[in-house]
Design a protein. Structure first.
Length: 382
């Protein structure tokens, strides 16, 4: 399996180091109907009322009101996730699809990324490459985005792209030359795919287009890129082709990859069996202790089951505590919902986060962690 670079939290880690308070909003963002337009018109006023009641500053309320307007030009339905601090929208992200949680608006000492992670469980970068014998279009996507973040065009030689249909030595000569042109073009496309894949840590490469060109490109890819390839028998650049079929198939491949990686994490957790001194921690206290040692590789959590509990968010290492005497020299930022505190600790210690329904976790635990190293047996006190 390809290396798993994380949940995309690394892009937000710097925000968790900034002084609050923070305003978090998760709302519908579409403009598709009269009802949604009317809701969009009143949303800034509703936000002001709710944020004022929670003690938000006037600068933060104004900044939130400016961004909570319907997202024009975005396919409906859509959702919006916003983080505001010190009168500035630090995150203003439009997400495809209707909200999967009730509308959420909160003021707190630290950012709460749970709604964003629920809507977009994990950021996966993937490549869709459509190739022909003289051309390649390479599109880099990330899950949760409506449009590609990067599009590269590779134009190869079109000289003798179509085989000569004469006979004798002329036919053989032209056929050999044509195949060499195809291979050079495929090599150029493969080089660009390798470059994009390496730079983005892509975890999937969907290869579509002309069947012969697909084979030549795949032969020219590096070993690491070739291991990520999933071929789709589709060519949207031909006359009358429908890109919707390719889009649907790409979405299925991405969903299958995410499910495969989730299963691998849960299988690894199950193999630990809850044994003492194993490579896992289970339960809130054990997971908090593991975070305090920067030991967590992957946090696995049923956030809904933990939503009633709280933890302490700290302004320095060890970042999270269950009680004041665990804060060491760090200052206490405040009491925050348990799931938000654990996600913050994960971001600040470069851990991956996987949100799962409760029944997927073994036993009666609602939170567990895979560890970077085993703690080892406890030594008896002298």
């Amino acid at each position: 399996m390809a290396e798993q670079p994380g949940s995309g939290l690394e892009a937000y880690a710097h925000l968790f180091r900034l002084q609050g308070p923070w305003c978090t909003a998760y709302v519908a963002a579409g403009t598709g109907t009269v009802d949604t337009l009317e809701a969009g018109d009143v949303r800034p006023g509703n936000a002001q009322t709710r944020l004022e009641a929670q003690g938000a500053t006037s600068a933060d309320i104004q900044a939130m009101g400016q961004v909570l307007t319907p997202a024009a030009g975005v396919p409906a339905p859509a959702s919006r996730f916003v983080l505001v601090r010190a009168g500035k929208a630090e995150i203003n992200e439009v997400l495809p699809g209707s909200p999967i949680l009730p509308e959420y608006m909160e003021v707190g000492p630290v950012p709460n990324l749970i709604p964003l992670l629920k809507h977009r469980p994990e950021v996966i970068h993937y490549i869709v490459a459509e190739v022909s014998r003289e051309h390649g279009e390479i599109r880099l996507y990330r899950t949760g985005a409506s449009f590609p973040g990067n599009v590269r065009e590779v134009e190869g030689s079109s000289e003798h792209v179509h085989k000569f249909h004469g006979g004798g030595w002329s036919q053989l000569r032209f056929q050999h030359h044509t195949e060499e042109v195809w291979r050079r073009n495929a090599s150029d496309v493969a080089t660009e795919i390798d470059r994009v894949a390496s730079g983005s840590h892509a975890r999937l490469i969907v290869l579509a287009g002309d069947v012969r060109a697909r084979g030549l490109v795949q032969e020219s890819l590096s070993d690491s890129s070739r291991a990520l390839v999933s071929e789709v028998d589709s060519h949207t650049h031909t006359a009358g082709a429908d890109s919707a079929d390719l889009d649907d198939e790409v979405n299925r491949r991405v969903a299958a990859l995410w499910a495969e990686e989730q299963d691998a994490v849960l299988d690894r957790l199950a193999l630990q069996g809850g044994r003492p001194n194993s490579g896992s921690a289970r339960g809130v206290d054990a997971v908090v202790k593991a975070f305090q040692q920067a030991q967590v590789e992957c946090l696995i959590m049923d956030d809904a089951a933990l939503s009633g509990g709280t933890l302490l968010a700290l302004d320095a290492e060890p970042w999270v505590a269950a009680a004041p005497d665990e804060a060491l020299a760090a200052g206490i930022l405040g009491v925050v919902p348990g799931p938000a505190a654990l996600v913050r600790a994960a971001a600040l210690t470069d851990a991956r986060v996987l949100l799962v329904p409760g029944p997927l976790l073994p036993g009666n635990d609602h939170v567990a962690a895979l560890l970077r190293w085993h703690s080892g047996p406890e030594m008896p006190s002298s």
